[in-house]
Design a protein around this ligand. Structure first.
Ligand SMILES: *[C@@H]1O[C@H](CO)[C@@H](O)[C@H](O)[C@H]1NC(C)=O
Ligand SMILES: *[C@@H]1O[C@H](CO)[C@@H](O)[C@H](O)[C@H]1NC(C)=O
Ligand SMILES: *[C@@H]1O[C@H](CO)[C@@H](O)[C@H](O)[C@H]1NC(C)=O
Ligand SMILES: *[C@@H]1O[C@H](CO)[C@@H](O)[C@H](O)[C@H]1NC(C)=O
Ligand SMILES: *[C@@H]1O[C@H](CO)[C@@H](O)[C@H](O)[C@H]1NC(C)=O
Ligand SMILES: *[C@@H]1O[C@H](CO)[C@@H](O)[C@H](O)[C@H]1NC(C)=O
Ligand SMILES: *[C@@H]1O[C@H](CO)[C@@H](O)[C@H](O)[C@H]1NC(C)=O
Ligand SMILES: *[C@@H]1O[C@H](CO)[C@@H](O)[C@H](O)[C@H]1NC(C)=O
Ligand SMILES: *[C@@H]1O[C@H](CO)[C@@H](O)[C@H](O)[C@H]1NC(C)=O
Ligand SMILES: *[C@@H]1O[C@H](CO)[C@@H](O)[C@H](O)[C@H]1NC(C)=O
Ligand SMILES: *[C@@H]1O[C@H](CO)[C@@H](O)[C@H](O)[C@H]1NC(C)=O
Ligand SMILES: *[C@@H]1O[C@H](CO)[C@@H](O)[C@H](O)[C@H]1NC(C)=O
Length: 811
């Protein structure tokens, strides 16, 4: 109650604050008698931004710019530059001041090299740096400033929250973002982002003309080619259109997050988020996804390799046009021949370099001729730079070759180079040798396939025989093993794979050299006949996401189950023990696979089967990381009363649904709960239970539901080992599903088939309520305690730890 009141009070204060820009404070203002020179700067009211002279990298040039003050990186992150094309070299002899109502920059000889250029009649102009990063020129005599000029209307390479990117319907001009020339030169580079006025979409252009990416048209909610915008909780985008202008603007739902859009030097459009903890910018989104798709990125005769550093290289026989630009990762200048080709003469000193590229470069022209003729045509045309033959059609290139992306299995193009610059190995221009070796390879390859297929068929026939003549015999689809055989197969149970609630598991090799996992069941008091009938029921349950039971052994007290061996072990080893970090795609497929397996158990079997012990230890991964649920049906085998199961799986912490403790009958929704808990671990890569033991960090499921609720940074929830490489859409989908799955009331939890449909994308998922079981906590005696909203002191502390933070407490 108290919290709520103080919050709204805070908000009112903030509101009043932002309506009147305090002009009394001179720290953020340039006025007639206050100018900038040398190392003097002005800083916005709340320390967000700073304006002054800066220099980029090691260059000796200085520029007037605005950079983040609070989000302090080294070097500072520049968001706006005034004199992009007219640097100065001595900042102590240069001045940024108000002259005749305009803000102007004077160079060392007091020559005006930059100006806001507005015709104004203002008596007393001031320039104020605001907390959103906007530099505003206006009249100081009024209390609130009415801008006659603002830096937001003249963006450079950064688009800040609150700024517009507009098309002016009166002047027919667009505002656009333009990349820097290089990391050390904020001059206008080749890449731009601008609004395409007639089709309401943004396009990325190279050199003002060549379009290389588009957002697709705005449909009122999202840009059509940016579907990930649908599940965006962080940015509030809006599109506006009137007779004067059309524009797009955005804000952050959580205004204390720091984020920016930039047109990077590389031509990639990037959305970055400031991470306070690491004091770094984290990439949130970028387009085009493949940097090599950026038009002209590596310039003429440069080749792009997406995974290598540096990204661009010159073709063999070529060198960078400007080595210093190239060294500063400005590749746009491209490459030139090391040795000039003398036009019309010395064709015998020229030859062709064969390269393979993903796509043939643009601007070819078609010439007639066969392979040999194409070669000769290009060789004899001194303007021809390259040729290629596709489907026996000869193409030639007269101009520069752009957009060459290396690809060993790509298309072949021959580039004209001086003979002496070619390496020995590639001196034969005609690809006879190559094509012969390719054909040979194909023949050998085909033969190999035939031999292999025959081998597999023979092996299968052979294997079938071996099984049918072995000592063991078939019972339905299952093999009934003799104990001694399993003892031999497992080398007397020497290679232990793991121990579960129902017994230990050992690795074994059968006669037919297939590898199996043998589970020695403990505390099974069932008679042999009943055991056999239960096991044969389990044997009929087969699904691609369930571990296949191959057979069993029931001899006196020895009760064993024989399963397919899973090469990649159990999920927990990958998630928590750092065996191998699973990438996001794999995690998503695992979540989906488990859901499918559970749907099968819950709904598709003759008798509904509740697994009762869903946890990462019971999810096995085959060689392809396809998940398989293990240990299903065992709860039933152990005993029909679940209290027995509960004691058996006492070691399982953090996955049990609350109804286990309440004594009501357990349904399939108990599995849904455990599945939900496991989803959190799949996202986070840490055990939920371990996290909650550290009282300072909030219980992860709570954190997730809060981030969803306030629209925080979804990717921050993902296992840090993935470096935010995950689909925001999928992460938020999984997080929402997980929150639904761990609802207290069983009825609120979705069925596994709904979960499956959501993960498959067939069904949408709504915003989940914050689960009432706010946290579950495991104390040292392994008693499982659920805290709910009950007013007891201890639990309410846990709750407040978990509830959304108040944002206005600082003001
Ligand atoms: C600013 O420049 C003055 C004069 O050159 C110098 O004395 C002072 O140390 C500088 N301050 C900073 C913070 O660099
Ligand atoms: C600037 O120069 C220093 C030393 O001369 C060098 O270590 C650093 O890498 C250079 N920085 C850039 C961006 O070139
Ligand atoms: C100042 O700018 C003017 C015009 O660009 C130029 O002629 C002059 O050389 C500059 N002064 C210095 C010291 O660079
Ligand atoms: C200001 O106007 C002058 C002349 O009209 C022009 O050369 C200059 O580029 C303009 N400067 C800016 C910042 O628009
Ligand atoms: C960009 O286009 C202009 C003409 O619009 C042309 O003169 C210039 O050479 C082009 N730049 C590059 C790097 O191709
Ligand atoms: C999103 O932005 C629009 C336009 O700026 C504004 O009207 C709306 O209130 C914002 N929504 C939220 C939830 O902040
Ligand atoms: C833009 O202006 C023209 C007249 O100059 C007008 O016909 C047109 O409707 C305007 N566009 C919008 C979107 O209002
Ligand atoms: C368009 O511009 C005119 C002239 O500046 C102004 O009177 C009108 O209110 C503007 N319309 C809108 C919707 O802003
Ligand atoms: C570019 O880098 C290479 C290798 O690092 C170096 O040898 C060369 O001197 C550099 N050239 C320039 C102009 O900076
Ligand atoms: C390729 O052709 C297009 C359209 O004809 C032209 O605009 C562009 O400048 C050409 N590019 C090069 C590198 O010649
Ligand atoms: C070559 O291109 C194919 C298909 O576009 C792609 O699958 C493959 O990974 C590429 N290979 C390299 C080395 O880039
Ligand atoms: C907004 O983001 C900040 C910084 O990440 C965070 O501390 C705060 O809790 C968030 N606000 C809300 C309402 O979640």
């Amino acid at each position: 109650m108290f919290f709520t009141e103080s919050n709204s009070l805070g908000r009112i204060l903030v509101l009043c604050f932002s309506l009147t820009i305090s002009l009394s404070s001179r720290g953020n203002t340039i006025s007639a008698n206050n100018f900038l020179s040398g190392n003097r700067t002005i800083i916005s009211e709340r320390d967000e931004f700073e304006l002054g002279f800066f220099k980029a990298g090691n260059s000796s040039n200085y520029y007037i710019g605005i950079w983040y003050k609070r989000a302090a990186s080294n070097p500072p992150t520049i968001v706006w530059v005034a004199n992009r094309e007219t640097p100065i070299s001595d900042r102590f002899r240069s001045e940024l001041k108000i002259i005749d109502g305009n803000l102007v920059l004077l160079n060392e000889s007091k020559f005006q090299i930059w100006s806001t250029n507005v015709s104004t009649t203002l008596k007393s102009s001031v320039a104020v740096l605001l907390d959103d990063g906007n530099l505003v020129l206006g009249d100081s005599t009024s209390n609130s400033i009415e801008p006659v000029w603002q830096s937001f209307d003249h963006p450079t390479h950064t688009w800040l929250p609150g700024a517009k990117l507009a098309y002016n319907n009166r002047t027919k001009k667009s505002q656009f973002l333009t990349s820097w020339k290089s990391k050390e030169d904020p001059g206008v580079g080749l890449f731009s982002l601008e609004l395409h006025p007639s089709s309401n979409m943004y396009v990325c252009k190279w050199n003002g003309s060549q379009q290389y990416w588009t957002s697709g048209a705005w449909n009122g909610k999202i840009f059509e080619l940016v579907p990930e915008m649908r599940l965006n909780y962080i940015y509030n985008f809006s599109y506006h259109m009137n007779e004067n202008e059309t524009y797009f603007t955005y804000s952050l739902y959580n205004s204390s997050l720091v984020s920016r859009f930039i047109m990077d030097v590389s031509g990639q459009l990037q959305q970055q988020m400031w991470s306070e903890s690491t004091a770094e910018w984290a990439m949130f989104w970028s387009k085009p996804k493949e940097v090599c798709d950026i038009y002209g990125l590596c310039g003429a005769f440069g080749t792009c390799r997406p995974t290598e550093f540096p990204l661009c290289n010159c073709l063999t026989g070529f060198k960078p046009r400007s080595e210093s630009d190239w060294n500063q990762t400005d590749f746009s200048g491209g490459c030139v021949r090391k040795t000039d080709l003398q036009c019309g003469r010395n064709t015998e000193k020229q030859d062709f370099l064969m390269i393979r590229v993903k796509n043939l470069p643009p601007n070819n022209s078609v010439a007639v001729g066969s392979a040999g003729e194409c070669h000769t045509t290009c060789l004899n045309d001194c303007f021809c730079n390259a040729y290629s033959l596709v489907d026996n059609q000869c193409s030639v290139w007269d101009g520069d070759l752009l957009n060459l992306e290396d690809n060993d299995s790509g298309k072949i193009i021959f580039v004209k180079v001086a003979y002496k610059d070619l390496p020995l190995s590639s001196k034969d221009p005609l690809h006879h040798k190559k094509s012969i070796s390719v054909t040979m390879g194909a023949v050998v390859g085909f033969g190999g396939v035939v031999v292999f297929v025959l081998g597999v068929i023979l092996f299968l026939i052979f294997r079938k025989k071996r099984i049918s003549v072995g000592k063991t015999r078939m019972v339905g689809s299952l093999v009934s093993f003799v104990y001694k055989d399993l003892q031999i197969a497992t080398k007397n149970f020497s290679n232990k794979l793991g121990g579960g609630g129902f017994g230990s598991v050992f690795k074994g090799v059968l006669h037919d050299s297939s590898i199996v996992a043998v589970k020695k069941l403990e505390s099974i008091s069932q008679g042999e006949k009943q055991f056999r009938s239960e096991v044969s029921t389990i044997g009929t349950i087969q699904h691609v996401n369930l571990v296949r039971l191959r057979g069993f052994c029931a001899q006196g007290n020895n009760k064993l189950l024989v399963y397919d061996y899973m090469a990649n072990g159990s999920l927990d080893t990958h998630l928590f023990h750092g065996k191998q970090v699973l990438n996001w795609e794999t995690r998503y497929q695992i979540a989906l696979g488990i859901a499918r397996g559970l749907v099968y158990l819950h709904e598709k079997c003759r008798d509904c089967i509740i697994h009762c012990d869903i946890k990462p230890e019971n999810i096995l991964l085959d060689a392809e990381f396809c998940p398989k649920i293990a240990d299903f049906g065992l709860a039933k085998l152990v005993g029909r009363d679940f209290s027995r199961v509960l004691t058996t799986i006492r070691g399982t912490r953090g996955y049990l649904a609350p109804e286990w403790l309440s004594g009501v009958a357990v349904t399939t929704k108990a599995d849904v709960f455990s599945y939900g808990m496991m989803l959190f671990e799949l996202v986070n890569g840490k055990r939920n239970a371990e996290q909650s033991e550290d009282s300072r960090s909030p219980f992860f499921p709570c954190l997730v539901s809060n981030v969803l609720k306030v629209g925080g940074d979804i990717l921050s929830l993902v296992d840090s080992r993935l470096n935010r490489e995950a689909s925001v859409e999928e992460v938020s989908k999984i997080c929402k599903v997980a929150c639904w799955c761990i609802q207290d009331e069983e009825d609120r939890r979705p069925s596994m088939s709904s979960v499956e449909q959501i993960l498959e994308g067939v069904m949408d998922v709504n915003m989940p309520p914050i689960p009432r079981t706010v946290t579950l906590f495991v104390d040292n005696t392994e008693r499982i305690v659920f805290f709910t909203e009950s007013p007891s002191k201890g639990s309410s502390e846990v709750y407040s730890n978990c509830s959304p933070q108040s944002t206005s407490s600082s003001s």
